[in-house]
Design a binder for this molecule. Structure first.
Ligand code: HEC
Ligand code: HEC
Length: 485
């Protein structure tokens, strides 16, 4: 056995004794568009794998990478957000030496019992890729053509990228078809709890050429091609629950905020005399944690908003508090099980007789396909338990008798000076002019039942709320026919 293999074997023994906790790859609840932007809620909710190590560090700036993974029946999704003030890339040819450039990599072993059967994806900042198949059954050339791979980088397709004083970071977003691993993986698509092993890496290009990696390496080992160090990952069939701050942090942030900020903003994030509401339903200028942090720490130039002398840890607590005020249901951890909730939605709760989700269901109530991204968890719970003071427009129940003696019962969808539109209980739409109407009686109660806390068991209720909270479309998907007709 070579010294190299010996070292690896020793390190593996060590690793086995102190196995890192496997990273959980959650199933994405909504489609991901491979556009080199990570703006889908699913990416925002997915946990990062954690800090990269700099195993062979000598000097320079350690620039971090935030890497995340998700999956669905067809793809393994990978994203890298590289902090980088020195971005350069020159290799454009397929299978060229991209690791000489600013470059990210994923090496993966779909069979944890045979980690040496691994597959490599190396992508530089301008989108050139190199792939290898290191499986024992592979008899093809040294490079490999994965089928159906989709990916985009921040500088995708540029003929070259020179370092620039405005450089700050770059992104790679990739969808790797799972079918490429069918020979080594236990199942395609993976089953709940299936384990793979993998490593994520980064190379720094010509300037600040740092090498960094998710997995750590034993001393003396200087190659990324060391599958023995790859870290375990587990496939989870449920979507990520938000990695939002703990209730304790949020409370602490609220206290600091109420002590330090209410001479301008209102208490608990409401509007104040000299500062806007931080929680109201509006389009916020600053949405990410980083933007909020900077606004509070440095102030907002040209406005009354001052910089804060508070320690950074306190500022982060206030950021957690403000985020909690704004969080949609989708961004909030839930205790119920969304899959079990779907059965309640379609079955015992009879929700789908009135509500449409992704094109299936009734028209009496609003389409709920995106409700998790539009409402807070509290709003959803209240919708199921508390009648609203007013019936919202478009859902008013009516009972009409026409001059011809016909009786129509249903929902008033539109009402103008000279006409009305009624959706009857059978789902047919009636257009009536005023002079066709003899009497019209407005119902005083919404058709929406609000006693689900009594008609459903506690677990059924929690599960249906969990299901609603995970209904979220991709942000830029077309919103056809949200309120019909
Ligand atoms: C002297 C008055 C004043 C004080 C004190 C103050 N703010 Fe502000 N704050 C403002 C004003 C005015 C704005 C709106 C700035 C603008 O027009 O963009 C603002 C904006 C903000 C925003 C950005 C909102 C958004 O979405 O764009 C945040 C976050 C914020 N304040 C948090 C705080 C916190 C936390 C504190 C306490 C540490 C604080 N502010 C103290 C006046 C104040
Ligand atoms: C008989 C028809 C009917 C049934 C059954 C029904 N709903 Fe509704 N629902 C409505 C109507 C109509 C509205 C709109 C009027 C209102 O909010 O009162 C509504 C409103 C809602 C809202 C608020 C939507 C928003 O954007 O404000 C939610 C959430 C909701 N329903 C969920 C459910 C769930 C979950 C179930 C089953 C457990 C269910 N509904 C069963 C008719 C129904």
């Amino acid at each position: 056995m070579s010294l190299f293999r010996l070292l690896i074997a020793a390190h593996c023994a060590l690793l086995l004794s102190a196995q890192p906790r496997p990273y959980e790859i959650f199933r994405t609840p909504s489609p991901i568009q491979i556009d080199g932007k990570l703006d889908e809620p699913a990416w925002q909710q997915a946990p990062s794998v954690g800090d990269f190590q700099f195993p062979w560090f000598e000097s320079g700036t350690r620039e971090q990478t935030v890497a995340k993974l998700l999956w669905d029946d067809n793809y393994l999704y990978v994203s890298w957000q590289a902090q980088d003030k020195h971005i350069s890339a020159y290799v454009t040819e397929r299978h060229g030496p991209v690791s000489k450039d600013d470059c990210v990599e994923i090496f993966l072993s779909p069979n944890p019992a045979k980690v040496r059967n691994y597959y490599t994806f190396e992508i530089n900042a301008i989108g050139a890729m190199l792939n290898r198949n290191r499986a024992d059954w592979w008899t093809g050339p040294p490079t490999w053509e994965p089928e159906g791979m989709l990916y985009r980088t921040s500088f995708h397709g540029l003929p070259k990228k020179d370092e620039d004083p405005t450089d700050n970071g770059w992104i790679v977003e990739a969808a790797i078809p799972l079918k490429n691993f069918a020979r080594d993986a236990a199942h395609t698509p993976p089953h709940e709890g299936d384990q793979w092993r993998l490593n994520l890496q980064r190379l720094g290009g010509r300037t600040n050429a740092q090498l960094s990696s998710w997995a750590s390496f034993p001393p003396g080992v200087r190659s990324f091609h060391t599958p023995e160090v790859f870290r375990p990952v587990l496939f989870r069939h449920h979507p990520p629950t938000a990695n939002v701050a703990s209730a304790e942090t949020i409370l602490a942030g609220r206290e600091i905020y109420n002590r330090s900020c209410t001479m301008c903003h209102g208490p608990d994030g409401a509007a104040g005399d000299r500062g806007p509401a931080l929680a109201a339903r509006r389009r916020y200028l600053r949405t990410t944690e980083q933007q909020l942090f900077e606004a509070i720490k440095q102030g907002i130039p040209g406005t009354l908003m001052p910089s804060s002398p508070l320690p950074e840890a306190d500022v982060w607590k206030m950021v957690a508090f403000i985020r909690s005020l704004r969080a949609t249901a989708f961004e909030t951890p839930v205790s119920g099980n969304p899959a079990a909730g779907e059965s309640v939605f379609l079955g015992k709760g009879r929700c789908s007789t009135c509500h449409m989700v992704n094109g299936r269901g009734g028209l009496v109530g609003p389409d709920l396909s995106n409700i998790g991204a539009e409402r807070s968890l509290r709003y959803l719970t209240e919708a199921l338990t508390t009648p609203r003071p007013h019936i919202p427009p478009g859902f008013q129940p009516v009972d009409v008798v026409t001059t011809a003696g016909q009786r129509l019962r249903g929902t008033l969808k539109n009402e103008h000076n000279f006409s009305l539109q009624i959706l009857d209980h059978a789902g047919a739409l009636h257009l009536l002019t005023r002079d066709e109407v003899r009497t019209i009686t407005y119902g005083t109660r919404s058709p929406m039942p609000t006693d689900f806390d009594k008609t459903l068991t506690r677990p059924e209720f929690d599960n249906v709320v969990a299901y609603l909270s995970r209904l979220a479309r991709q942000p830029d998907a077309p919103r056809a026919n949200r309120r019909r007709p």
